[in-house]
Design a protein around this ligand. Structure first.
Ligand SMILES: O=P(O)(O)OC[C@H]1O[C@](O)(CO)[C@@H](O)[C@@H]1O
Length: 436
């Protein structure tokens, strides 16, 4: 988390505080020692620069797809303007596009105290989600509407994971219905969350080595392990329930989601696994419905028979409705913390309440669960949920942002003494559970 530019003027002009968010407050980029500050000063500007560059690089291809009059240069300029607004700590302005969530976003923004309606003053969660929605607004206002500017990166990530995918397929074909196997698959799925592209501002991370061996090696880095409780819940159920996955990243992580879901269905732990994808390009590598279908076709198209058969199986499970893509919900790409779901999206809350288990994947879902709030690391997940209890919940999250809960006394201090950036690397993870 090193800044190369001189920030002194910016900091003075924008009321930046040289410290971290105080206990029990919302995280925000105005705290200089926070990951949010670094995110808005460095990571997001870099992500936007990459998008603008890739528009220039892919110009011919885009003209061929969207027509000779596609306004590519203007779109790239608008992306760079967004970048410069962030770097100037510009205001969070209302949306004037026609997407169905625009009004909801505007209502949300209107209710924010005026002094908090800038990138650095707003709660980190609100401002970062706003940026991804603003980016989408730029594209829908252009002739490139519908273009997924992260698609290529997501597909490259999957292609780079071929070896890891094959190794996982080989290691999972003769699985038994026993606790240890389920727990291993959950952990495999957890560590798959290290491969997200937004932590690296889009730089590819190729999963290497033997994933199952790594699961064992990484056990000391798993700071909370509720896999035993989750197994018991599913094992003791009548197998007729639904498990809802709230997806995170495409590529290798999505593949491990499907492997875990396959096990849940094959072993009769649930009758259906429902997947919740994002409605718009989100945090670079998040799964959209297109990515789900593409990944299955990608597997089917492999010359290796094991991966190809697996792809066909995932397709069959989808056709049979045992795997199901949930209807698109803007809530997942909205600004709200999960504790406000029952109030702002009661239908979604009701649907989740009917599930046996909801599996929330990744860092951003975790941030939304905790509400980007500086809880004490030892506070229980139940407390931090602030009433969000639709059903049994679990979170699989590698730690890539400076908030956490549910840790044993002294653990966080011990890790800080070893590495002051331990919360930003994705090297540690938690699998937490809260019963309904
Ligand atoms: O893909 P994930 O695990 O949700 O991670 C999202 C990324 O967004 C952040 O939460 C903030 O940008 C990072 O900490 C993390 O890299």
């Amino acid at each position: 988390m090193t800044l190369t530019q001189d920030d002194s003027n910016f900091d003075v002009e924008n009321g930046i505080i040289d410290g971290e968010a105080p206990p029990h407050t919302q995280l925000a980029a105005k705290y200089k020692q926070s990951f949010a500050y670094y995110t808005f000063r460095v990571r997001l500007p870099s992500t936007l620069q990459t998008i603008a560059d890739s528009l220039a690089k892919d110009k011919d291809e885009l003209l061929a797809t969207y027509g000779a009059d596609a306004d590519i240069d203007q779109t790239a300029a608008a992306v760079l303007e967004l970048r410069s607004n962030i770097l100037k700590n510009g205001p969070l302005l209302p949306f004037n596009d026609k997407d169905s969530d625009a009004d909801e976003w505007n209502l949300f923004l209107e209710k924010l105290p005026k002094e908090n309606r800038t990138y650095f003053a707003a709660c980190w969660l609100y401002a970062e989600c706003y940026m991804y929605r603003k980016l989408w607004a730029i594209f829908i206002a252009s002739r490139l509407a519908g273009h997924d500017y992260f698609r290529k990166q997501k597909q490259t990530a999957a292609q780079l994971s071929f070896d890891a995918m094959l190794a996982v397929a080989k290691g999972t074909r003769n699985n038994e219905r026993i606790a240890s196997t389920f727990q291993k698959l959950m952990k495999l799925n957890l560590w798959g969350n290290r491969c997200d592209l937004s932590i690296t501002s889009g730089k590819q991370v190729k999963p290497t080595g033997d994933a199952f061996h790594q699961v064992d090696e990484l056990n000391p880095n798993l700071l909370v392990d509720a896999t035993g409780t989750i197994w018991e819940l599913l094992d003791k159920s009548d197998g007729n329930g639904i498990v809802e996955f709230v997806f995170d990243n495409a590529g290798y992580e999505l593949y491990t989601d499907l492997i875990l879901a396959e096990y849940i269905i094959d072993k009769g732990l649930a009758r259906k696994v429902r997947f919740n994808a994002k409605a718009i390009p989100w945090f670079i590598s998040d799964v959209r419905a297109e990515d789900y279908h593409w990944t299955i076709q990608f597997l089917i198209g492999q010359s290796d028979p094991m991966l190809s058969e697996l792809g066909k199986k995932f397709k069959r499970l989808t056709d049979e409705g045992k795997f199901e893509l949930a209807p698109l919900e803007h809530f997942w790409s909205g600004p709200y913390e999960f504790y406000r779901m029952a109030e702002v999206q009661p239908e979604l809350y009701k649907r989740l309440s009917q599930a046996q288990l909801v599996i929330l994947k990744g860092d951003l879902n975790y941030r939304k669960l905790l509400g980007d709030y500086s809880w004490h690391s030892t506070e229980s997940l139940e407390i931090c949920l602030r009433g969000f209890r639709p059903t049994n919940l679990c979170t699989l999250r590698t730690i890539k942002a400076d908030l956490v809960c549910g840790l044993p006394q002294g653990k966080s201090e011990e890790l800080f003494a070893k590495d002051k950036e331990w919360m930003l690397t994705g090297e540690y993870g938690t699998i937490e559970f809260a019963p309904k």
